[in-house]
Write a protein that binds this ligand. Structure first.
Ligand SMILES: Nc1nc2c(ncn2[C@@H]2O[C@H](COP(=O)(O)OP(=O)(O)OP(=O)(O)O)[C@@H](O)[C@H]2O)c(=O)[nH]1
Ligand SMILES: [Mg+2]
Length: 135
């Protein structure tokens, strides 16, 4: 259990396949926790959790200094080269239930490719997919 001098941010990384979700998670944590590479098929097939170290002096609660920890949940996404849409949904729901069951600050990071034109239909589908995950 987190001590009262600490705040934890739980961040789930979502987005379409091969958008750079795992790379974004590694950048945030300053780690190589998540497998990330260019591939014609999906790289991430299950949810995995990475942790930052304890970051001191970054925020306060009731005037007292708090240390911050960041937990990042990397996820597979749809369309996936070896999992069906239902399997991806199940995997992400289970990952969230298992790793993010404690109370605290929970955020979602939606990763989009900046080098491709924005495709409203695709992005709408991703957002709908995220909403379904949270039901
Ligand atoms: N140019 C550029 N390439 C990036 C960036 N982020 C990730 N990449 C590259 O994009 C490719 C895919 O990155 P991943 O992190 O594996 O992407 P992913 O969304 O986790 O992929 P899946 O797990 O297959 O869904 C890798 O070759 C990365 O090096 C970025 O910000 N800029
Ligand atoms: Mg990945």
């Amino acid at each position: 259990m987190a001590d009262s001098n600490e705040m934890t941010i739980n961040l789930v990384v979502l987005g379409r396949t091969q958008t750079g979700k795992s790379a974004a998670g590694n950048s945030l944590l300053g780690s190589l926790d998540f497998e990330s590479h260019l591939s014609p098929s999906s790289v991430t097939t299950c949810c995995s959790l990475g942790h930052s170290c304890r970051i001191s002096g970054i925020t306060r609660r009731n005037g007292c200094e708090l240390a911050l920890r960041v937990r990042v949940l990397d996820t597979p996404s749809y369309p996936h080269s070896s999992l069906s849409k239902e399997q991806v949904k199940h995997t992400v729901r289970s990952g969230l239930a298992h790793h993010f069951r404690e109370e605290g600050l929970h955020l979602a990071l939606l990763v989009l490719r900046a080098d491709l034109p924005l495709c409203p239909d695709e992005n709408d589908q991703t957002i709908q997919f995220i909403q379904v995950r949270n039901k």
